[in-house]
Design a protein around this ligand. Sequence first.
Ligand SMILES: [Zn+2]
Length: 323
Amino acid sequence: MSQRPRIFSTCSIFFVTMVTIVIIGVFTTPANSVQSGRTAAANAFSGERALAYTADVVAFGPRVSGSDAIEQTRQYIETTLQGFGYTVTRDEFTATTPLGSVQMANLVVVVPAADGAPDGPAILLAGHYDTKYFERFEFVGANDAGSSTGILLEIGRVLSENKPSWPVWLVFLDGEEAFVEWNDTDGRYGSKYMAQRMQAAGELDQIGAMILFDMIGDADLSFPKDGNSTGWLNDIVWQTATNIGHDDVFNDDFSHFMEDDHLPFIRRGVAAIDLIDFNYGPGHRNWHSPFDTIDKLGPVGFQAVGETALSALPAIGERILKR
Ligand SMILES: [Zn+2]
């Protein structure tokens, strides 16, 4: 998670929302044309298991980039994914931070599609696994970023037994958090590195779309569309959530505008969506605080997000084919 504080008046939010609705109405396919229903993979997804993986990760304590604990976390992620039969690639890099050079690594798994599936560019399912460094208290980041780690592991388990109808990559990003202050140079180290490296190598066309998970474990999970995300992905994912009965979590009340690991990809022309509940605890007090602990999480939100993302894959794949 992360968002630079954004000051919008209620009126300006309303105006932006209305303009967005008008633009969507004029220029895009109606959202109700999306026919995606619940997939077999969605039926196999367990919010309880996602929560259990999250608890395992949180038990390593603060998982700051460059720390021993994040290396232990990496090994746990790798071992778990290897247990599902995957090969895990460590993409190591050195980040220049305000606190000096830090060794980081993104972890990537290529999930093969089912036999006969289209050989198109992959859908990335991504999230960060580092936690923010705080000097004055111990920050274990159950929701931020335990939950994104836990849901990706459970999706990995599910897809190992229910091959997707479209190629998928599981991407565990390092260094999302800023070391000192969130700005264009401090934070999102892993996503910026990956997007830049792939662009430089001429490989960005290997990515058809990206779904980013961040802070999706709140026991009281509910979030709006992110206005910085790609419109057609918002349409497909929200319509899918409605189709399978999760419109209580994927609400349509308003839009927020997130700065997160999806932006380095969007800025390079990759379609991406950020699924994030940036309203965590009373007055958002659990965010980046000692209160972000495992007892604040619950399986129901994991279930809704996991089922929705897995059910949206076929429709996203169809849309990628048309691009
Ligand atoms: Zn954070």
